[in-house]
Design a protein around this ligand. Structure first.
Ligand code: DAH
Length: 349
């Protein structure tokens, strides 16, 4: 009897060895442990044994049942673990595969330039201020000493919104007026204002009906043209390199007296003459001058006590020069290919 049990165990062990998948084990389990299986048959047989053998055989049979059950459990566990490992291996992430490309934007070129200019001015104690793009005639022209009938007010140049009173500002200079008027105690001022401006221009490579200017104003006691020259010198060197030279040429604006055009030495040919500077060796970057006494007076500053200088850069022009861009439409058409190559050029610096 005992050897029968032993043989059965060996038979099951061998059968389990020959399984190749979980289903094989389940089938075997059905075969050996079902009601009609050999183990149950032995249990039935137990009932017919004489009492003295029953105890002994019952013990052995129970021992076999426990062992066989754990043999099956072990094998089932083995196949389950195997399947799980295979699944994990199949689902594992291949880090060498190329990633899905996520399309991202890039910082605006103009914004980049303006931030750079702002930083230079802020390091010299200037505030960065803002002003409205929809402006009143009195700030855009009148108080800037631009009288009625002046060609700059021509409807062909300016976008008027309501009669001749409300307009899209054609320059950032009205922010000078607003800043001076807002100063209750008529204190010294140092400010720049980068912002959008509008003119009725046909868009082409060097013109845009909407463009950006960076206005600047300094008002204090004893300010002279040499302060403007010194300030401009610092800015030019910071933006275009330490070897940059500067010069002023006489010009005319209604709100400054005297007025100048500010030039920098051509950074492309170092003043020798090239296509960028049209063979002059110089590049004009802004209009500027000493604030006209009438403008100071209009804003409540006594011109006998106070003087000041003002300037206006064309932001697109600065960016085009600085980054070698030949068409200003690039700034507004948001062609990411162009913006991104610019970004890479900047990063590479
Ligand atoms: N507002 C002028 C323009 O749009 C630029 C300018 C010139 C601004 C001289 C100034 C200045 O503040 O002093 O052409």
């Amino acid at each position: 009897m005992q050897s029968n049990l032993e043989n059965l165990k060996i038979e099951i062990q061998n059968a389990l060895k020959n399984t190749s998948c979980l289903q094989d084990v389940i089938d075997l389990k059905g075969k050996y442990l079902s009601k009609k299986g050999p183990i149950n048959e032995l249990t039935q047989h137990l009932k017919n044994l004489p009492v003295e053998d029953k105890k002994e055989f019952g013990k052995l049979l129970n021992g076999l049942k426990t062992e066989v059950n754990s043999l099956f459990d072990e094998k089932i566990n083995y196949y389950n673990t195997l399947a799980l490992n295979q699944k994990l291996a199949a689902e594992s992430i291949d880090v060498t595969l190329p990633a899905t490309k996520i399309s991202v934007g890039a910082p605006s070129i103009l914004e980049h330039l303006i931030e750079e200019v702002e930083e230079v001015f802020m390091s010299m104690g200037y505030d960065v201020v803002d002003g409205p793009e929809i402006e009143e005639d009195k700030y855009n022209f009148e108080l800037l000493n631009i009288p009625k009938g002046h060609p700059a007010r021509d409807a062909q140049d300016t976008f008027y919104i309501e009669d001749e009173k409300i307009l899209l500002r054609s320059q950032t200079s009205p922010v000078q007026i607003r800043t001076m008027l807002a100063s209750t105690n008529k204190e010294p001022i140092r400010m720049i204002c980068p912002g959008k401006t509008y003119r009725r221009d046909a868009d082409d490579a060097t013109h845009s009906h909407q463009f950006m200017q960076i206005e600047g104003l300094l008002v204090d006691k004893n300010i002279s043209l040499s302060d403007l020259k010194g300030t401009f010198d610092v800015i030019a060197k910071k933006l275009f390199g330490e070897n940059t030279k500067t010069r002023f040429r006489p010009s005319y604006y209604q709100f400054t007296e005297p007025s100048v055009e500010t030039d920098i030495s051509c950074f492309s040919c170092q003043g020798k003459g090239c296509s960028l500077c049209k063979n002059t060796g110089w590049i004009t970057v802004s209009g500027a001058g000493m604030v006209h006494p009438n403008v100071l007076k209009n804003c409540g500053y006594d011109p006998k006590e106070y003087s000041g200088f003002a300037f206006g850069f064309g932001a697109e022009r600065l960016a085009m020069l600085k980054y070698g861009i030949s068409d200003c439409r690039v700034f507004y058409q948001t062609d990411l290919r162009e913006v991104k190559t610019f970004d890479r050029r900047e990063e590479a610096k």
